[in-house]
Design a protein around this ligand. Structure first.
Ligand SMILES: O=C(CO)COP(=O)(O)O
Length: 241
């Protein structure tokens, strides 16, 4: 059975005080959320500890936005998996296009991070997706297939979530057609050895398009950026019809 997973990626937004304010507005909405839906919030590192305490006993799980592959060491600015698991973090986003674009993340480092996350018991959310230029050149399938091939070397597919995030749809309001996202996600699934991996769609997911996205048979959830920053908006997404 593939699990439905709805995750909010807060990127570089929200102080601790703002994160607690969000939770006080958001948590009451979860009374309506079907129990089989997994709800995850991925805030900045500085919010994780305070949110973990706040969320104790709640059904919301925490994810980080990155993790290093070493257990510790002289890697200024990085975070190690045991630092995350110790405070109750269960998931970690790896290979987001913003990391690949602005911070030199490569398929090789993505692969190292995926394996390290799994080694320490975190479930990675691996992001893949094409640029507008690659899409226009008809290279979507080839690009994603190459990303998967390189990123997933020796990665355990029984503890993995994948997010298909077309880069041109991120933060632009220009959502990928739900049927097209469904098609690409079907192609991703064809390339996996485990048919039970949950595959999310990400890119301008909003309260007004979540229902159509979740109607698609191949789409198992959403990775939500901007619309996860406001409690009512993310609640509407988590409580899709
Ligand atoms: O990058 C994203 C989630 O990881 C998507 O961001 P938006 O929902 O703001 O387009």
């Amino acid at each position: 059975m593939r699990k439905i997973v709805i995750a909010g990626n807060w990127k570089m937004f929200k102080t601790q005080a703002e994160s607690e304010n969000f939770l006080s507005g958001f948590l009451p909405h979860l009374e309506e959320t079907p129990s089989e839906r997994e709800v995850i919030l991925c805030p900045p590192f500085t919010d994780l500890s305070v949110m973990s305490k706040y969320l104790h006993g709640s059904r919301v799980n925490l994810g980080a936005q990155n993790v290093h592959w070493e257990e510790n060491g002289a890697y200024t600015g990085e975070i190690a998996a045991p630092m995350l698991t110790e405070i109750g973090v269960r998931y970690v986003i790896i290979g987001h296009s913003e990391r690949r674009q602005y911070f030199g993340e490569t398929d090789e480092t993505v692969n190292l991070r995926l394996k390290a996350a799994q080694k320490y018991g975190l479930t990675p959310i691996l992001c893949v997706g094409e640029t507008k230029q690659q899409r226009d050149a008809g290279e979507t399938e080839k690009l994603i297939s190459t990303q998967l091939e390189k990123d997933l070397v020796d990665v355990d597919q029984t503890n993995l979530i994948i997010a298909y995030e077309p880069i041109w749809a991120i933060g632009t309001g220009d959502t990928c057609e739900a049927t097209e996202a469904n098609r690409v996600i079907g192609l991703i699934r064809d390339q996996l050895t485990n048919p039970h991996v949950s595959i999310q769609y990400g890119g301008s997911v909003k309260p007004n398009n979540i229902d159509e996205i979740m109607e698609q048979p191949e789409i198992d959830g959403a990775l939500v950026g901007g619309a996860s920053l406001e409690a009512d908006s993310f609640a509407r997404i988590v409580n899709y019809q």
